[in-house]
Design a protein around this ligand. Structure first.
Ligand code: NAD
Ligand code: UGA
Length: 444
């Protein structure tokens, strides 16, 4: 099939590359000229494991091309995917900003030829597909098309595997013809028996927000359990295991930490809350999830302050990890950025390292020294804060870290290390939700 993907960001690039890997002929269209120029030269503008190889293979095979133009790909396409950004609105009211989606619809409409299915892959509020349909009809009254919704569930850092081996495909359609076309797009996944959920367009739009909001709620839930553990002398990792082994609950997304971040959970929980409010439905759980997440970041800042003896002013703090999660260079809404900004505001000197995200972080942070590696970051520091659990921070040479630090204070916001072992090495070690009552609750 011939596929045009509008938007060559995380989702557009991964989807385009993977559709090409399925054997389809794909063009990724982005109006960002420098991005397309880099892609055409074989440079990958984002860090996503495995993406470069798959792009290289498929561009060489002639199945994947990049363009700033809607022609000839849109007129020739059987399907056009919209995969542009839907950030939180600049008004700060929680609404999703749909400017890019509507602009993409308006720009591509004149080029539609023959029957085409226009599929929304961006995360959008209920009713957006109907607006896209209206915009295309108004811009090109002769166009023969259907609009469908196919939300994307990939995670950054694991995007290729998530796309090639998804838990499910959700298709929101209002015509049999569009359903057939979409089924054909995903036919290669029949081999691995991927479940397909066919539903109305509006329900598909809601499924995406509900999925992200549910996962965010799981994280806020376990973060509150962690706070309780610190008070009662419990171990949040044991609680997570103890409840997660119940198949109805599941073990995933029960890692306590500095709060969820990234380009999606924060904006999507806010957007779902807005959708509920507009429809006069009280979605109190989402409200609480959002509040708990903000409180968690503030609590982690206080944890660092308290460990430093009550004030971070004039103290040097080494920070490991800036990305909102490992295996990405994305720092959008990263808890590390929020926490570092607060520490710097209160007079701390921050020495930071991240394997991939220092370039992006430098655009948002001031007064931070970026270091070549974890050990350099620790040089002369009063404390070390492990903010993002990159693999290379899981097996640090702890004796070397200790000798680099001025004071052996280690604040592990991702519970990577074992408290008892850390204390044995001589660290004043703090983590999240692993209290030390009778010296045994933190041994897990
Ligand atoms: P992104 O910001 O990384 O990329 C969007 C791209 O679209 C940019 O390169 C931009 O230049 C381009 N663009 C915008 N308007 C355009 C237009 N009219 N014509 C051509 N190109 C245009 O965004 P993203 O992270 O890929 O997210 C895209 C959507 O997918 C969002 O709705 C997001 O919520 C959703 N989503 C993202 C992820 C993720 O992991 N990032 C996962 C699932 C769903
Ligand atoms: C998330 C969803 O997992 C994807 O299914 C979805 O497609 C995507 O949002 C999206 O809509 O964009 P992503 O943001 O890439 O994916 O990353 P996650 O792995 O979900 O992590 C999100 C945040 O939650 C990170 O800050 C992470 O550190 C945090 N987290 C995650 C925890 O604090 N604890 C956990 O147990 C899991």
């Amino acid at each position: 099939m011939k596929i045009a993907v509008i938007g060559a960001g995380y989702v557009g690039l991964v989807s385009g590359a993977c559709f090409a890997e399925f054997g389809h002929e794909v063009t990724c269209v982005d109006y960002d000229e420098s991005r397309i120029l880099r892609l055409s030269k074989g440079e990958i503008p984002i860090y996503e494991p495995g993406l470069e190889a798959i792009i290289k293979k498929n561009t060489q095979a002639g199945r994947l091309i990049f363009s700033t133009q809607y022609t000839p790909s849109v007129p020739e396409a059987d399907v056009v995917f919209i995969a542009v950004g839907t950030p939180a609105s600049r008004r700060g009211d929680g609404y999703a900003d749909l400017t890019y989606v509507y602009e993409a619809a308006r720009q591509m409409a004149p080029f539609l030829r023959d029957y085409t299915v226009v599929i929304n892959k961006s995360t959008v509020p209920v009713g957006t597909a109907a607006q896209v349909k209206r915009i295309i009809s108004e811009t090109n009254p002769d166009a023969s098309f259907d609009v469908a919704s196919n939300p994307e569930f990939l995670r950054e850092g694991a995007a290729i595997n998530d796309f090639m081996r998804p838990d499910r495909i959700v298709l929101g359609v209002d015509s049999k013809r569009a359903e057939e076309v979409l089924r054909a797009v995903y036919r290669p996944l029949y081999l691995i028996e991927t479940p397909i959920v066919i539903t109305t367009i509006e329900t598909a739009e809601l499924i995406k927000y509900a999925a992200n909001a549910f996962l965010a709620t799981k994280i806020s839930f376990i973060n509150e359990v962690a706070s309780l553990c610190e008070e009662i002398g419990g171990n949040v990792q044991d609680v997570a295991k103890g409840i997660g082994l119940d198949g109805r609950i599941g073990r995933k997304f029960l890692h306590a930490g500095p709060g969820y971040g990234g380009s999606c959970f924060p904006k999507d929980t806010q957007a779902l809350l807005r959708i509920a409010q507009e429809n006069v439905v009280a979605f109190r759980i989402i409200e609480a999830t959002i509040e708990v997440n903000a409180a968690q970041k503030a609590r982690m800042t206080r944890k660092i302050r308290q460990a430093l003896g009550g004030s971070e002013g004039g103290k040097t703090i080494a920070v490991l990890g800036l990305a909102f999660k490992p295996e990405t260079d994305d720092v959008r809404d990263s808890p590390a950025i929020t926490i570092i900004s607060k520490l710097v505001e209160h007079g701390a000197l921050v020495r930071a390292h991240d394997p991939q995200a220092m370039g992006e972080a430098a655009k948002l942070l001031t007064g931070v020294t970026f270091c070549a590696n974890a050990y350099e970051a620790c040089e002369g520091a009063d404390a070390l804060v492990l903010m993002t659990e990159w693999n290379e921070y899981r097996a640090l040479d702890l004796d070397r870290i200790k000798s680099q630090l001025k004071t052996p204070l280690f604040i592990d916001l991702r519970n990577v290390y074992r408290p008892a072992a850390m204390r044995q090495i001589g660290f004043n070690y703090h983590s999240v939700g692993r209290a030390t009552v009778n010296g045994c609750a933190d041994e897990a």
